[in-house]
Design a binder for this molecule. Structure first.
Ligand code: SIN
Length: 484
């Protein structure tokens, strides 16, 4: 099979890239799930975009651009690429206006003005939503409605890379393995969440493309900056935990313990502290033997119905004071790219959204900057492809035929990866535990593993290596002393 542009993934970044590519290009999307949108409004489905509750951070007006840039850099704890942040916010400001003109139905007040939510570490309320806390779901529906590219469902097994040029990908549709040749490939396959034992992410998100990139010699950057969300529902029966959006705290929800105490002050924090610090405070309190809850009772019932339908549904199930705990939420690191979203060290390959490390999030992502990043860098990649398009010459690469898709140790290995990352590369880390964790991950290599489990394992090992190599406590990476 041959196409002009092959896009891997079908979340916001992938669909936006397809939308912004020139209409005369042949575009093909390959993704893991087959349904148009399997999520039931905030209850999960095929990709993380469907689950995104917060919305899209965007400067209120031109005067707010510098402040949004400053908030992003401050949250990023000194590790942002400042040029990339400026691109994110300035291009994002224009792009949101473009999307308004395309009739993306952002929530508006009775006078027609955009409603903006407040989230942690933003100096102002600037987060735009689409149908309140179903923002990701409705953004994706909007993009799907504009989509003309065909979608195939199955799994990408490999990237076709030879002589530092990417020629496509090997794809398994559930029955047969084949090479899809493409003049340009965009990786928009999301993060790594389900490699952690506790996550707000979709269980399908296993960091396979990051592992494939690393296997093919490409650089993964900042993989230890794994962001934890402080307010996921502490439900023990599944890896995936329902998220309670930061916007709830922006609207007055408080964090309390089993003595009904607002304890965050003990840790020098408050409900709107950056999420790395807040996650550590909640985690430390749980470690000290307390239970922690999000108290939703201060939120007006009418606001629940109009702005927080997901939370309303969760409150119906778990009560107005649901038990919470931090859970893995977002992979800040990813496949290293340049300012045009081109993957470093290889021609014809792009990475965007959570799969990429564009430098905009530094060591700790500012809330709701991720959908903005997905849209902005999708547009940048699409523009770059349009400006710089050329057809690859004829090439024939043998698919990775020898690799078995499944191994008998896959499930045990995945469970061990999850426990190892969660316990040893989690909210709070320790040097000795990380070194042991790395050895546990390495020992899994001897098992009978299918090719994709092997790639997920490589991603997990890269997280371990980056974390062990980091010399500072910064943003989402926090190592406590052995004696603490
Ligand atoms: C949230 O709604 O709390 C999540 C938003 C985000 O991850 O940016």
């Amino acid at each position: 099979m041959q196409t002009d542009v092959l896009i891997v993934g079908n979340g916001a970044a992938a669909l936006a890239a397809a939308r912004f590519l020139p209409k005369n290009m042949r575009v093909l999307i390959v993704a893991k799930s087959g349904e148009k949108s399997t999520a039931k409004r905030g209850e999960g489905g095929s990709n993380n975009t469907d689950l995104a509750q917060g919305g899209i951070a965007c400067p209120i007006d031109e005067n707010d651009i510098e402040s949004h840039i400053a908030d992003t850099i401050k949250a990023g704890a000194g590790r942002c690429d400042e040029k990339a942040v400026r691109t994110l916010v300035t291009r994002g400001f224009d792009l949101i206006r473009e999307l308004c003109a395309l009739s993306l139905p952002f929530d508006r007040d009775e006078k027609g003005g955009l409603i903006r939510a407040k989230e942690a570490a933003h100096s102002k309320a600037r987060v735009l939503q689409v149908q309140g806390d179903h923002s990701g779901f409705f953004l994706r529906l909007f993009l799907l409605d504009q989509l003309s590219a065909p979608q195939l469902y199955g799994a990408v097994i490999d990237l076709l890379i030879e002589d530092d040029c990417c020629y496509g990908a090997t794809f398994f549709d559930g029955e047969k393995m084949e090479n899809i040749y493409a003049n340009r490939v965009i990786i928009a396959s999301g993060g790594i969440g389900a490699l952690y034992a506790s996550t707000t992410n979709e269980p399908l998100i296993l960091g396979e493309l990051q592992g494939i990139a690393a296997f093919r010699g490409l650089t993964l950057k900042d993989m230890h900056f794994t962001q934890f969300h402080p307010t996921a529902i502490d439900r023990k029966d599944s890896v995936q935990k329902p998220l309670l959006s930061e916007a709830l705290r922006g609207a007055g929800a408080t964090i309390i313990d089993d003595r009904s105490r607002r304890f965050l002050e003990d840790y020098g924090e408050n409900e709107l502290s950056p999420r790395d610090r807040l996650s550590r405070a909640v985690f430390a309190h749980i470690q000290s033997g307390r239970k922690v809850f999000l108290d939703l009772s201060a939120i007006e019932p009418s606001l629940f119905r109009s702005r927080f339908e997901s939370a309303d549904r969760l409150a119906a199930k778990y009560g107005l004071k649901p038990p919470i705990s931090p859970a893995f939420h977002y992979s800040i690191g990813g496949i290293a790219v340049d300012s045009n979203a081109k993957v470093l060290g290889v021609k014809g390959l792009y990475a965007i959204g959570e799969a990429a490390s564009s430098g905009v999030h530094g060591a700790n992502r500012l809330a709701s900057n991720s959908l903005l990043e997905a849209l902005v860098f999708a547009k940048i990649a699409a523009e770059n492809i349009a400006d710089d398009f050329s057809a690859n010459g004829d090439i024939k690469i043998d698919p990775i035929g020898a690799a078995a898709l499944n191994g008998k140790d896959d499930q045990t290995a995945l469970e061990t990866i999850r426990q190892t990352l969660w316990n040893r590369f989690g909210v709070v880390r320790q040097k000795s535990a990380m070194i042991e964790g790395k050895a546990i991950l390495e020992s899994l290599e001897k098992g009978d593993l299918g090719v994709l489990t092997r790639r997920s394992l490589l991603t997990a090992k890269t997280i371990a290596n980056c974390a062990i190599a980091e010399t500072q406590n910064v943003g989402a990476h926090y190592v406590k002393k052995e004696t603490d």
